[in-house]
Design a protein around this ligand. Structure first.
Ligand SMILES: [Zn+2]
Ligand SMILES: [Zn+2]
Length: 393
């Protein structure tokens, strides 16, 4: 068996990560590796995803349990021998459920993430089946600025709604809706088949009424008896702050209507994050790189950092080194888990000093004057740096 990877490493965390960090990391891993996300992948991709998902789930099951985590922190795998192993024989669980568990009810307001699967009929085998309308999938593009504060977007979709002429009955009059003669209103029919083990009874959806238990004798002219019409509608979607590319919001009941008064499907909205021209994102943190001149680096200067809520002035000290990273605390993105502004990430600013490759005549003269007055002097405050670097050569 292959060497087991450290649980923290599996989730991309440092030892001592907080419970929220652990949750967040597992959410990310589940969104990326859950087998539901790879149904159209190649066999090799599916296999990798499955292994990664199992590995992350095992790590999470230990690190999310304070008792097991303490043992693992102290004794490593020996402390939690087998505690993280899970029985996968029942499949991987619904990704939607996994995410809902991680978030508690935090997404109640707009119906939660998820809705992978869940098509078709609801209810059991007894009596007419209640049909469920199909889900509709759509995408919505959001900018980092919109993600920073959350926003409301409008999506235009075409969906089935109850026919206004017949109120969704499919018939001109209520009396034109009759009990289905084939299934006697049950919605299902039973057939006998002979098998090696004897006779078997198969229950299947009634082909005459499609499981509704009723048939229409005088169909509505507008919807041809289906009870549904296609309409183009605009739906408002609330995008919570902190969402990430590929996340799915589900708006319960905003999908297609079902015939004969069944339950509406959901509208599944996939978040598409638009790349920012100057900022890069990793989770809740933002990264910005700025090139400054040699003179600005030596003399100090003030730059404007393109923050998501407007420019942020940043003072750079005289003697700023190339490669210096400054952190603007709390100027990143809020966490999607929604613990308020206190959980906002940071904005990291990396300063690079530009050394020109070619100089004009005037520039050359200016720099020549500097040549003798500014020379490396390891005896000053950079001594430690020089000594450290010299060990590598
Ligand atoms: Zn109608
Ligand atoms: Zn029937």
């Amino acid at each position: 068996m292959a060497e087991k990877r450290d649980y923290y490493e599996v989730l991309g965390l440092q030892k001592g990560a907080s419970a929220d960090d652990i949750k967040g990391a597992y959410r990310k891993a589940a969104l990326k590796w859950h087998p539901d996300r790879w149904v159209s992948g190649t066999d090799a991709e599916k296999k990798t995803a499955e292994e990664k998902f199992k590995e992350a789930s095992e790590a999470y099951s230990v690190l999310s349990d304070p008792d097991k985590k303490a043992k693992y922190d102290q004794f490593g795998f020996a402390g939690v021998d087998g505690a993280g192993a899970q029985d996968w024989s029942q499949g991987f669980g619904n990704l939607n459920d996994i995410l809902n568990n991680l978030f508690g009810g935090a997404f109640g307001g707009f119906g939660g993430f998820g809705g992978f699967g869940d098509f078709g009929f609801g209810g059991g085998q007894q009596g007419p089946r209640q049909q469920r309308g199909r889900d509709i999938r759509t995408r919505v593009k959001v900018t980092l600025e919109e993600i920073a504060n959350g926003c409301e977007k409008e999506v235009t979709i075409e969906r089935n709604r109850p026919c206004p002429d017949c109120g969704g009955r499919g018939a001109r009059n209520a009396s034109d809706v009759k009990t289905c003669p084939t299934c006697k209103g049950k919605g299902t029919i039973q057939t006998m088949t002979n098998t090696l083990f004897g006779r078997a009874i198969n229950t299947s959806v009634c082909p005459h009424c499609n499981g509704t238990g009723t048939v229409v004798t005088n169909p509505c002219g507008r919807c041809k008896g289906t009870g549904l019409v296609r309409v183009k509608e605009t739906v408002k979607v609330r995008i919570p702050a902190g969402v990430e590319d590929g996340m799915q919001l589900s708006l319960r009941g905003e999908g297609h209507a079902a015939p004969q008064g069944g339950v509406n499907g959901d509208l599944l909205v996939i978040v598409e994050e638009q790349p920012h021209t100057q900022l890069k994102r990793d989770g809740a943190n933002l990264f910005y790189t700025r090139v400054i001149s040699v003179a600005d680096a030596m003399l100090g200067c003030e730059i404007q950092v393109p923050g998501l809520d407007g420019p942020l002035p940043l003072k750079l000290d005289a003697g700023t080194q190339s490669g210096t990273v400054q952190r603007l605390r709390g100027k990143g993105l809020p966490s999607v888990n929604g613990y308020g502004l206190s959980s906002r990430g940071d904005l990291y600013v990396k300063i690079l000093v530009w050394i020109p490759r070619k100089l004009g005549r005037a520039e050359r003269e200016a720099i020549e004057k500097m040549r003798d007055s500014v020379r490396p002097d390891p005896n000053r405050d950079d001594r430690a740096l020089f000594e450290k670097e010299s060990q590598y050569f």
